[in-house]
Design a protein around this ligand. Structure first.
Ligand SMILES: NC(=O)c1ccc[n+]([C@@H]2O[C@H](COP(=O)([O-])OP(=O)(O)OC[C@H]3O[C@@H](n4cnc5c(N)ncnc54)[C@H](O)[C@@H]3O)[C@@H](O)[C@H]2O)c1
Length: 314
């Protein structure tokens, strides 16, 4: 098949491109390099099955493809709050452009949605039928509400135009090629630990997160894209929950770091709990995460260590 991956030069997108090329597909990676990096896809640039297009999905594009994975969107608060209007445009106008393309060339399209559409959830763990508790006017709304509208658009193009859609709600994912400067928990903690700097925990560190290794996520995405008759939305994440404080301590132990943990005030709208219920993914996709947190963290620590030592990248 010929497969388009928007945001393909980003963290998750680059792993997805690599996997799809490995499976023998022709892959077109489309990216505006806002948060993506050529380094992420460098190993693929010589592969005859791989094509790179520098393009912004806010502008329409016509390509002949069979499947579209729509990942283009800055994903970390630092990046999506940098230009919030652009973030909304990317989710809303970008999704309209990709859905228009899917409609025109009759491609199946998968939208990378997010656990953030649940906001600060009032039920725990979150199931797909929960509608969420989202602040529409806060600093995170450009991302949360943008992604919610993108889901709405997927369903409306599906009902109105018969577009073949898939919606996945990704929970916190980590692994090699996460951006170093995005302020996300895993990259922050690992870099701080490797450099022997203080590890910054917000609030008392009692807020919980669950972390899914990127290869597990990519496996779930491909299963969902190719699952007949099930459009989702479906949660993809690791239900193994940990407090941020426990997580910081685990990273200190794995890196053998002398870093100390310091506490800072909680940012606005920071969710207190975040844990997926993945029963639907288990039933419909026969999917659940397989990579143990320790193993995934070791790969991630090796990656960031190679960046710090200047001999990146794999
Ligand atoms: N990483 C996570 O834990 C997580 C969790 C939930 C959802 N997601 C979603 O998964 C997708 C990928 O996330 P990621 O962690 O790989 O982030 P990332 O920032 O590494 O990747 C996003 C990519 O999209 C590109 N991009 C941004 N705006 C664009 C535009 N207007 N046109 C073209 N390209 C554009 C960026 O340059 C980047 O390469 C995003 O849609 C994100 O919302 C990620």
């Amino acid at each position: 098949m010929r497969i388009l991956v928007t945001g393909g030069a980003g963290f998750i997108g680059s792993h997805l491109c690599e996997r799809l090329v490995g499976e023998g597909h022709d892959v077109i990676c489309l990216d505006n390099f806002f948060t993506g990096n050529k380094r992420n896809i460098e190993p693929l640039l010589d592969n005859h099955r791989f094509e790179l297009i520098r393009h912004d999905i806010v502008e329409p594009i016509l390509l002949e493809v069979d499947q579209i994975y729509n990942l283009a969107c800055p994903a970390s608060p630092i990046h999506y709050q940098y230009n919030p209007v652009k973030t909304v445009k990317t989710s809303v106008m970008g999704s309209i452009n990709m859905l228009g393309l899917a409609k025109r060339v009759r491609a199946r399209i998968l939208q990378a949605s997010t656990s953030e559409i649940y906001g600060d959830p009032k039920i725990h763990p979150q199931t797909e039928d929960y509608w969420g508790n989202v602040n529409p006017i806060g600093v995170r709304s450009c991302y949360d509400e943008g992604k919610r509208v993108a889901e709405t658009l997927m369903m409306d193009y599906h009902r109105q135009n018969g577009v073949d859609v898939r919606i996945i709600r990704i929970f916190n994912t980590y692994g090699p090629r996460m951006a170093e400067n995005d302020g996300r928990v895993v990259s922050n903690f690992v870099l701080q630990a490797l450099k022997g700097e203080d590890i910054t925990v917000y609030g008392k560190g009692k807020q919980t997160r669950s972390f899914c290794y990127v290869s597990d996520l990519v496996d779930g995405m491909i299963r969902m894209m190719n699952c007949p008759g099930f459009i989702g939305p479906v949660n993809l994440g690791n239900p193994a929950e940990t407090t941020i404080l426990e997580f910081a301590e685990r990273i200190i132990a794995l890196t053998g770091s002398k870093s100390k943990i310091v506490f800072k005030p909680l940012p606005a709208d920071d969710p207190k709990q975040r844990q997926p219920n993945i029963d639907l993914a288990k039933t419909k996709l026969d999917w659940e995460p397989r990579v143990a947190v320790e193993d995934g963290l070791k790969q991630t620590i090796d990656y960031f260590a190679s960046i710090i030592n200047g001999n990146c990248c794999k």
